[in-house]
Design a binder for this molecule. Structure first.
Ligand code: ADP
Ligand code: ASP
Ligand code: MG
Length: 463
């Protein structure tokens, strides 16, 4: 068995779904279990509808709901056989009626809770998985739909739920394995439910995580993440065009890149894959013949020091200075206790004798945090910063990496620097306005020469 996950852009239209059907059909002998994201930007649209509802913008959310229904109906009709159209319409009606009632309820309450966000955003994957199921049948595959909420059991942390692995694995084994013997099984990514059956989600981008949970649960031989790029690239293509394809990378390196902003993979994806030692592949649904990136447990011998450069934008730096000259015993503890209480994750930290700088990306509680910090220290913030992170197993064995970074960034102000405790990354903070320049300079420095065993040169841009 293999798991094949298709992201939003891979199922954004009838044409895209037809492409996906072709890709799956060509691998049907490997008994694929298919995990799909919501179609295109549906999750964002659902969240916008919820936001309009609590602001009482009735005209707006009713219009948006109509558009979303039209979009799903229009694309689905092109890939669903005539004989099934009536059933399709009925199911779309049911889903959109339910969704509309939910949204109207929110408008009355004027308040959006994490639980209701999950209820609303779950419709994207519920609809896409249903439509893809009908489409696969239309294209001649024996296909069964499985509601992910019946198998992915999570805690109650709505919008960021964590799976109960033993229970989820048991259900996946019991339900998916028998079904997959004779059928292509199609499931929605991202969604799950609590033990009491309340709908939850695994966090934005969470369909990758669903794919690896399913893969680990059924003991798949491979987890394939089909997306809109040729694989893991040496730089984020939204920042720098012309990154090269990384052919093979370790779980540790991929996890680090994902954590530091490489959106191509949700950071939690590697966790179940590592546990069961299942290779994860990143593949392009528009260019299925490209071999993509293979993520595996073993470290890959490589002549390059760095495998890829990740960036996290919209970062805020918090500077904290002890009011007394020396940092008293317990100072760091008091600082982190405040961040902890406001459930605000800290990514990078650097300290000197009297000051601490740290970065956060969730600024929801930053004002309250500052107020509390100022009870025992001076504190200030700088917005519009970015973390740039070089990742590669060789960083730990190669002297002079920091020197090469500093030399190539001549003229760019580096605000903080840390060589991660994991030893396989060097990360630093620059102003967001400098990110492109920074990545360009580093890419030139570290990827002018490429180990052909590990990288495929992007000839289009570097000809
Ligand atoms: P999907 O909808 O298929 O899950 P995502 O948008 O979540 O797709 O992830 C794919 C995107 O990740 C790419 O289009 C690309 O812009 C971005 N990305 C960021 N960093 C990298 C990287 N190092 N390599 C490849 N893609 C990256
Ligand atoms: N549809 C969800 C999102 O947009 C999950 C995913 O696509 O991975 O965040
Ligand atoms: Mg994604």
């Amino acid at each position: 068995m293999i798991v094949m996950k298709f992201g939003g852009s891979s199922v954004e239209s009838a044409a895209a779904i037809e492409r996906v059907a072709g890709i799956v059909k060509a691998r049907v002998e490997r008994r694929p279990v298919v995990v799909v994201s919501a179609m295109g930007k549906t999750t964002n649209k659902l969240l916008a509808i919820a936001a309009a509802a609590i602001e009482g913008k009735r005209h707006e959310y009713i219009g948006q709901l109509h558009d979303l229904r039209d979009f799903h109906s229009r694309e689905a009709r092109l890939v669903v056989p005539l004989a099934e159209r009536a059933e399709l319409d009925r199911t779309l009606d049911d889903h959109f009626q339910e969704l509309t009632e939910l949204v109207k309820g929110l408008a009355v309450l004027g308040e959006l809770t994490p639980r209701s966000i999950d209820a609303i955003s779950s419709y994207g994957e519920r609809l896409s998985s249903y439509i893809v199921t009908l489409a696969f049948r239309h294209f001649g595959m024996k296909t069964e739909h499985l509601d992910s909420r019946h198998v992915i059991v999570t805690d109650k942390r709505h919008t960021q739920a964590a799976p109960n692995f033993p229970e989820t694995y048991a259900r996946l084994r019991a339900k998916v394995i028998p079904l997959a013997q004779e059928h292509v099984v199609v499931m929605g990514g991202f969604i799950g439910s609590t033990e009491n059956g309340v709908t939850t989600t695994l966090g934005r981008g969470g369909s990758d995580f669903t794919a690896s949970i399913v893969g680990a649960g059924i003991g798949a031989e491979e987890i394939q993440i089909w997306t809109d790029v040729d694989g893991m690239l040496t730089a984020d293509p939204t920042i720098l065009a012309g990154g090269h394809r990384v052919k093979t990378i370790s779980f540790d390196e991929a996890a680090e890149l994902a954590y530091f902003g490489a959106k191509v993979l949700h950071p939690a994806t590697v966790v179940p894959a590592i546990e069961k030692n299942i290779p994860v592949l990143i593949l392009n649904s528009r260019r299925p013949d490209v071999p993509g990136t293979r993520i595996i447990a073993e470290t890959v011998a490589c002549d390059n020091v760095v495998k890829s450069i990740a960036c996290k934008r919209k970062i805020t730096v918090v500077n904290i200075q002890a009011t007394r000259m020396l940092m008293a015993h317990g100072f760091l503890h008091r600082i982190f206790e405040v961040f902890d209480r406001y459930e605000t994750a800290v990514d990078m930290v650097s300290t000197s004798e009297v000051s601490v700088s740290l970065t956060i990306d969730n600024t929801k509680s930053v004002d309250a945090i500052l107020k509390e910090l100022r009870e025992f220290a001076e504190a200030s913030v700088e917005h519009h910063q970015a973390i740039v992170c070089l990742v590669g197993e060789n960083i730990r064995f190669t002297p002079g990496v920091a020197r090469r970074v500093f030399n190539s960034l001549d003229g760019i102000n580096i605000r903080m620097i840390s060589q991660g405790a994991s030893l396989l990354n060097i990360s630093f903070v620059v102003a967001e306005a400098d990110v492109h320049r920074t990545v360009e300079a580093l890419h030139e420095e570290f990827f002018a020469e490429l180990d052909p065993e590990v990288f495929e040169r992007n000839e289009a841009v570097h000809a």
